[in-house]
Design a protein around this ligand. Structure first.
Ligand code: BES
Ligand code: MN
Ligand code: ZN
Length: 480
């Protein structure tokens, strides 16, 4: 889908051809004497245009404008109200055949509102088609954002468009069923990204991973006939001596739970257990478009968590790449088992920071629901930059604690550490497990179990937290 930013006042907006013109106006709108301004002020005065969030007034072929449909909505200029106005307007336009849309801000627009408009248009018109025999692709081909202050918001607009491309790349891979998104397929997707001049990629298979001594990762993968992949992506936008940020994405392409098998209900959703990996791929997609002056490494341990005669069993003890031995008391706590070896691998890059992204625990869904991702870090500066990046991207997270007392339950009789710690504080004990493998660099962990996909009627990947990650990386351009 194509986005453009255009400097438009209401007189010019009235002359733009489009299938729908959405006009966003502030409550106390006082326009000029042009026809659209008069229409809008009377609509508010008469009460026909309600000023509450999500309320719209729609017209078909109004004489004043060149667009086929006109939708009016009141906003307070915030991201949230812009989003709800755009969603309501797309619903009100009621045409499945929208090809061209014009979103116009009657008053000078804030950066956050422009971003929200771009994201909302993309979200509302997204369609997954890869595995449909008669795909209903997105009809919307072009969206123009019309503002009276284009130069002020141009940078935010450009970022939002690039982030949407990354989000949609992440959605595509996360939405693909597990038989269409195997570890091998993920490796191929990463290699395809490396066609970009600043991106390179290496995909390791079972032999190389065994040589590295990733016994923990291998233990998860051994229950499946699909061979594991360890993906190493590099984006080089800054000089070689600048330490990279490393992103580590959990790439469990299907999580059955293994021998500690999951209940049947909603198990299909465990195809989304590679959403962390998808967010790393999506972030690289956005980097390829924005080309910022940063160095980034993306690591993806990818495998299935299945059950065959060789599957890892509760009680098995394995040796991780770090040398620490792990007692696998529950084969369903597999995410941390693949991530710990990837974290050890990350040491070789002498990173400025390592952020892992994982659909790690059901406990995090209980704690934070779908609104905010869980965020953990012993490093205040890193935690604050991730929280700020989330705010800027409107892709929120919330910091949870890492007190050492939470690690008590991870003690094992037969190994250095156990892979589960009991039900209480489950998102935190998982983070405490990972922390044992992340003592050589500033580290943060994002638990996206609640935010990475939606269940129910709107089932599908959200593409989060690509926005947060991109904003975090862009902020590194200004620091040494
Ligand atoms: N992928 C799941 C976590 C998950 C569950 C994400 C539900 C989203 C929705 C993870 O591998 C898992 O199974 N975690 C277990 C850990 C437990 C065995 C300590 C969980 O959360 O139940
Ligand atoms: Mn699991
Ligand atoms: Zn999992």
């Amino acid at each position: 889908m194509n986005f453009e930013l255009k400097h438009l006042d209401l007189i010019a907006a009235a002359d733009e051809k489009a299938d729908v013109l959405l006009l966003l106006l502030p409550k106390d709108y006082k326009g000029g004497k042009d026809e659209l301004s008069t229409l809008m002020t009377t609509a508010i005065k008469s009460g026909d245009l309600e000023t509450a969030a999500g309320k719209t007034l729609s017209m078909y072929r109004p004489l004043q404008v060149a667009a086929t449909r006109l939708v009016l909505a009141v906003t307070d200029g915030s991201a949230r109200s812009t989003r709800s106005a755009v969603l309501a307007a797309i619903a009100a336009a009621k045409s499945p055949q929208l090809k061209k849309m014009l979103v116009c801000f009657a008053a000078p627009a804030l950066d956050e509102a422009v971003r929200a408009a771009v994201h909302a248009v993309a979200d509302a018109t997204y369609s997954f088609t890869t595995t449909k025999s008669k795909p209903q692709a997105r009809t919307l081909a072009k969206t123009t954002i019309g503002v009276v202050n284009a130069p002020d918001v141009a940078q935010s607009f450009e970022r939002a468009v690039a982030i949407v491309a990354g989000v949609e790349f992440a959605k595509e891979w996360a939405n693909r069923p597990a038989n269409h998104a195997t570890p091998q397929h993920l490796g191929e997707a990463a290699l395809a990204l490396a066609k970009h001049p600043k991106i390179s990629c290496e995909v390791l298979g079972p032999k190389e991973v065994a040589k590295l001594g990733m016994g923990s990762f291998m233990a998860v993968a051994q229950g499946s006939d699909q061979p594991l992949r360890f993906i190493v992506l590099r984006y080089s936008g800054a000089s070689k001596n600048k330490a990279p940020s490393v992103l580590v994405g959990k790439g469990i392409t299907f999580d059955s739970g293994g021998i500690s098998i999951k209940p049947a209900a909603e198990m299909d959703e465990m195809k989304f257990d590679m959403s962390g990996a998808a967010s790393v791929l999506g972030t690289f997609k956005t980097l390829s478009l924005l080309k910022p002056a940063v160095n980034v490494v993306g690591l993806i341990p990818a495998c299935e968590n299945l059950i065959n005669g060789r599957a890892v069993k509760p009680g098995d003890v394995v040796t991780s790449m770090s040398g620490q031995t792990i007692e696998i008391l529950n084969t369903d706590a597999e995410g941390r088992l693949v991530l710990c070896d990837a974290l050890t691998y990350a040491e070789r890059f002498k990173p400025s920071a390592v952020v892992d992204i994982a659909t790690l625990t059901g406990a995090c869904v209980v704690a934070l629901g779908a609104v905010r991702s869980g965020m953990f870090s012993p490093n205040d500066a890193l935690a604050n930059s991730l929280a700020d990046a989330g705010e800027r991207a409107q892709d929120l997270c919330w910091r949870l604690p890492l007190d050492d007392e939470y690690a008590e339950g991870l003690k094992s009789h037969f190994a250095d550490v156990a892979n589960i710690g009991g039900r209480a504080g489950g998102a935190i004990t998982a983070a405490k497990f990972l922390q044992r493998f992340a003592d050589k660099f500033p580290w943060a962990h994002l638990d996206i179990a609640g935010s990475a996909w939606k269940s129910g009627a709107n089932k599908g990947a959200t593409g989060r937290p690509v926005g947060l990650l991109v904003e975090y990386l862009l902020a590194q351009t200004s620091t040494k």
